[in-house]
Design a protein around this ligand. Structure first.
Ligand SMILES: Cc1ncc(COP(=O)(O)O)c(C=O)c1O
Length: 380
């Protein structure tokens, strides 16, 4: 068993050894520019195109609808600003939700400062956005709806299919940030009815610093950057071949092992919750709804225990994250927990524990023991 036990897979994942192996030749030998016409360049172009197919297969789209970016943040920026700018003659209203990652919220805020109007939909106590609220928020000048597929802090899965249908009926473009869902739950762009979808390499066992944006064929979008013609002119800049190859392989592995990974993540997460409840009883409070949650995510509060103190106390044994930040003795509650209307005490006691595809039973047993001891010591 590796020590400390890592249970923060929603923050990032390690690079899968199969992915690392696939990347190695591009680090060591194949350094050509994909735009060069000689074979060293052409082979890199082929590697990029192979990766595009691998990514497309995972989310069920055409390879030409995949655009490589540097991260999920960039994909979200390109999707939201790109659609807003390309459609500003039609309208300047955007619908989003209060439970988005800052990589969406801050982009919308920025557009708000540039003359766009943003409707920020509230979520219920489970962190779920009601499609009826989306429908009611639609106006004649709405040009984009952006609602995440699954939440990074509490794991709540959003009704993307229903929102997609509403968007389509009203002829409005629909973007989803699927950084946390790809590889964990089925993410099929056609089933979901989305026009744009963000994915992040490092959440699915590819390296950090690589992302992709799905853009449905025929969607008009403006660039964030001007430059040469890479990525069909939409995302210029010499391709990050090494990382693109890694993302492609990670998507291939995620598709191949999907059922098994999903099962393992869920079994570990459920075992963890059962263990904690059996040791600590009703001191354990689960946030969100376990029925409508990512298979690997547990957002849990231990009554009368500071989450920050708990996460720090156990950090030499188990790595988890908190739903609040503590700076100079002051606790700030995350915007997601605030949007769920969680009371301050519960939010300040909330930790996020997220399992991975290779999490082992012995790691979970150890974690239950470590957390139980820590909670008993830290309860005030
Ligand atoms: C839902 C969601 N969107 C976007 C991001 C941003 O990812 P990156 O920092 O790789 O751009 C994250 C990362 O935590 C996330 O969880």
């Amino acid at each position: 068993m590796k020590h400390p036990v890592y249970l923060d897979y929603n923050a990032t994942t390690p690079v899968d050894p199969e992915v690392a192996k696939e990347m190695l030749p591009y680090i060591e030998s194949f350094y050509g520019n994909p735009s060069s016409s000689y074979s060293l360049g052409r082979s890199n172009k082929e590697a990029v195109e192979k990766a595009r197919v691998q990514v497309a297969e995972l989310i069920n789209c055409q390879p030409q609808e995949i655009y490589f970016t540097s991260c999920a943040t960039e994909s979200n920026n390109l999707a939201i600003k790109g659609i807003a700018w390309a459609n500003s003659d039609k309208g300047r209203h955007i619908i989003t939700s209060a439970i988005e990652h800052p990589a969406v919220t801050e982009v919308c805020k920025f557009l708000g400062s540039q003359g766009f109007e943003i409707t920020n939909l509230l979520a219920d106590k489970y962190g779920w956005v009601n499609p009826k609220d989306v429908e009611s928020a639609i106006r004649k000048d709405t040009v984009l709806i952006t609602v995440m597929h699954a939440n990074n802090e509490v794991g709540t899965i959003q009704p993307i299919q229903e929102i997609g249908a509403i968007a389509r009926q009203n002829d409005i473009l629909f973007h989803t940030d699927a950084s946390q869902s790809v590889g964990k739950i089925e993410t099929d762009v056609n089933q979901l009815g989305v026009d744009l979808l963000t994915l992040a390499g490092h959440k699915l066992y590819a390296p950090k610093g690589i992302g992709a944006l799905y853009i449905r064929k025929g969607t008009q979008i403006e660039n964030l950057m001007q430059g040469a013609g890479q990525e069909n002119g939409i995302r210029p800049g010499t391709e990050n071949v090494i990382h693109i190859v890694g993302l492609g392989k990670a998507c291939e592995v995620a598709l191949r092992d999907f059922k098994q990974n999903q099962h393992n993540m869920q079994v570990s997460r459920d075992l963890l919750l059962d263990g904690l409840v059996s040791q600590l009883g009703n001191q354990v409070h689960v946030n969100g709804s376990m029925e409508n949650c990512l298979p690997n995510t547990l957002s849990v509060a231990f009554e009368n225990v500071s989450a920050y103190a708990l996460a720090s106390f156990i950090s030499s044994d188990v790595l988890i994250s908190t739903g609040s930040a503590c700076h100079s003795g002051e606790t700030t509650i995350s915007s997601v927990l605030q949007a769920m209307n969680l009371d301050f005490r519960t939010a300040a006691a909330t930790v996020r524990i997220s399992t991975g595809k290779k999490t082992k039973k012995e790691e979970i047993d150890f974690t239950v023991e470590v957390i139980t001891n820590a909670v008993k010591k830290l309860t005030i």
